[in-house]
Design a binder for this molecule. Structure first.
Ligand code: B12
Length: 320
């Protein structure tokens, strides 16, 4: 009995089950850095779903945490990436015990991020919209817009959503944070930025999907890579998406799916879009609500993009 319980624990420990977003939050390593550590240094080798998404095990997460500690303790990733887990444990333990007390194991960037998150939540609970906007604007300036989206806005919305579910955040807080974030990311929704001569992209959310912040972030990321982007707002019926792509001569359509409660209607809408959309127009879909739709995307020839960096890579690949 004890033996089988241990075997089950081991199995769970090595089972690939965590997407890159979860790993990034649990380890404090950004998704971009995770990919580089994997590609260049073979730090971990995540499994892949049939559509190519990375999946990590508990063991991978443990290894990545230790690697992060080793790097924060002054070592180079190239020197430590190939070490065994036990060697890493010994090394980081040793580094910690010999470090001067003032040695900082948390990077200044990570520290800034957690401070912005904490302050944003405090302002939100006080319904202090001015302060919330101030904090997020400061974050954008000090971290850059990419890191602000990825490290502050994304996690802030996740925390708000989780707390709403467990009842410690109210709908009014959720509405307030959405309104402020929408206004901060506002330039993504108008004609500012991007390149008028760049390849053309339509961004929206399918009919029934009212969450629009993921689409706005995607539009803003695409502009930064030189695409000419038109953001059409949320909740757009399939026929309108197809027609807009035709009239705008889009090379790609980006859709955000955050909520997974209306799956059947959504699947019908996506099938309609693919059926009538020019086959040369790429269909790129992101958002947490789309994570479990691998087989539908496979059927439609749509690409699931797990985050904004992967989106920028996918857009680059279209123009090569
Ligand atoms: C704000 C919010 C709302 C606001 C949205 C306002 C607005 N203007 O957008 C309002 C109040 C309208 C709302 C309504 C509802 N909501 Co709501 N909401 C949220 C909240 C807090 C944030 C949503 C969000 O924008 N997240 C940020 C996104 C964009 O994160 P993400 O999906 O991980 O996306 C990342 C990447 O994937 C990428 N990305 C996203 N999209 C795309 C697209 C492309 C092309 C690319 C490349 C990348 C990309 O960018 C993000 C940043 O890294 C979430 C909590 C959460 N964890 O997300 C709940 C949440 C999504 N809501 C939820 C629910 C249940 C609802 C309601 C059903 C509540 C109700 N009973 O009425 C309705 C449904 C409305 C509908 N039909 O769509 C649930 C969904 C659960 C589920 N099973 O899917 C969540 C998860 C809350 C929870 N913890 O339970 N909501």
């Amino acid at each position: 009995m004890v033996y089988s319980v241990n075997m089950e624990k081991d199995r769970q420990h090595t089972m690939p089950r965590h997407p890159i977003g979860v790993v990034s939050i649990r380890t404090g390593i950004s998704k971009d850095v995770l990919r580089v550590w994997e590609r260049r240094y073979g730090a971990v080798t995540p499994a892949r779903t049939p559509t190519g998404r990375r999946l990590y095990s508990d063991l991978d997460i443990e290894r990545l945490r230790l690697l992060r500690q080793a790097v924060a303790g002054g070592r180079r990733i190239s020197d430590v990436a190939a070490l065994e887990l036990t060697e890493l444990q010994a090394l980081t333990g040793d580094d910690r015990s010999r470090a001067e007390p003032e040695v900082e194991f948390e990077s200044p960037q990570a520290e800034g991020v957690s401070r912005y998150l904490q302050e944003s939540l405090e302002a939100l609970y006080r319904l202090d919209n001015r302060e919330l906007e101030n904090i997020l604007s400061k974050a954008a300036i000090s971290l850059g817009s990419k890191s602000m989206r990825r490290d502050v806005i994304g996690p802030l919305l996740t925390i708000v959503g989780d707390r709403w579910r467990d009842g410690t955040v109210r709908i009014m807080h959720e509405h307030l944070v959405s309104a402020i974030i929408r206004s901060i990311l506002g330039s993504a929704t108008n004609g500012v930025g991007g390149s008028l001569s760049g390849p053309r992209l339509i961004v929206t959310t399918p009919s029934g999907e009212l969450h629009e912040l993921g689409a706005i972030m995607a539009a803003s990321a695409a502009k930064e890579t030189g695409w000419h982007v038109v953001y059409l707002g949320p909740n757009l019926p399939a026929e309108e998406i197809v027609q807009a792509a035709r009239e705008f001569q889009a090379r790609a359509v980006g859709l955000s799916i955050v909520c997974s409660t209306g799956d059947r209607h959504l699947a019908e809408e996506l099938r309609k879009i693919r059926r009538f959309l020019d086959p040369n127009v790429a269909l790129l879909i992101g958002g947490r609500g789309a994570r479990h739709m691998d087989s539908l995307f496979h059927e439609l020839g749509a690409t699931y993009v797990e985050d904004l960096a992967a989106f920028q890579d996918a857009l680059d690949a279209i123009t090569i």
